[in-house]
Write a protein that binds this ligand. Sequence first.
Ligand code: ADP
Ligand code: MG
Length: 375
Amino acid sequence: MQNRRLFDRIESIKFKGITKKYGPVYAVKDLDLEVRGGELLILIGPSGSGKTTALRMMNRMIDQDTGSVTINGLDTRDVDPVRLRRNMGYVIQNIGLFPHMTIGENIGLVPKLEGWDKKKIHQRVSNLLDFVSLPPDIFMKRYPRQLSGGQQQRVGLARAMATDPPLFLMDEPFGALDPILRKQLQKEFLKIKNEINRTIIFVTHDIEEALVLGDRIAIMDQGQLVQVGPPEELIFNPASELVSDIVDNQRKYKHMDTLKVKDLMSAYEDKYALDGKTEVCDAVEEMTKRDLETAFVFDGHELLGQVTMVDLMKCRVKAQKLADLARPMKTFQPLDSVAFALSEMKKSGEYIAIVMDPNKPAGILVSDEVLLKLI
Ligand code: ADP
Ligand code: MG
């Protein structure tokens, strides 16, 4: 069956010995790389380093000369390219919406090709427009030229999500936007990323974007992979001059090992604290008022853990107490090394930690912010 899903979830994507030449030029040379299911992997490197070529070999817009790409063990050469592409969302810089089709028709195109009925398509398009913060009643019937660049980019994202593919390929999706809009869309994209929990391969040349969004970052140069690892690894252990140039860590911090948590933590404020005896519904109200996404739960002076707004919204028992809901979180001391703290946080998949001195909250460590302060 043409329309059946090739994969519901990505377990892994493996590039093995991939080479692609144009005449004498190696666009990609002997590339070995594994993408793990559920991660957002960044491809970054100088212009012409082979990022786009590597990405397009995943959906067979380009076929390699030698080597293989396997997805969950399936060799992509054994799959019809059109069918392969239907299993992936593809987002590029100038997203190429069809000018003569409405936004609704653009987003609904692939579902229509897949034979969905009209009602289901309409419902899906509405949901997606909502999801990317474009009210459907306003935007559904408009044409691409009536939208701003940022709005078109959102539509591109919605279109890529239309059939809910398990894999997204994104080639500098925010590259053409002005810096402020870019920051805004990155923020929204992070939300989307956490919500959809899909595997994403994301090309960028912006290291800040890479550090904020990436679970791991692969650095390419002249068609070859130079280093791949989580952001802090590239900052603390760059494999080459090029890597340290890209993460630009030399400029500010020559003595990375001596950097302490206290040097990079953000200020702690009392507004982050909630009492363990607070009930869920009161907590929601309180956190809304204080504009908090995450709160720390205390029993007197004892830290019980953290709760997020999402946790609370999901909780059906409104009379439940925060003490029962609080999830354990990482704590550090001001004199712990930053490298240690970041790697501990990465291991447990947390991006926020509290700094205690020695038993009182003294600061907050937010991994993204720390990484940005390092460059
Ligand atoms: P990046 O996306 O990192 O900027 P590309 O993958 O687009 O790099 O290109 C890698 C190299 O391959 C560059 O030297 C580029 O000029 C060359 N290249 C890419 N596509 C073609 C093509 N269709 N014909 C000839 N050379 C190409
Ligand atoms: Mg490119």
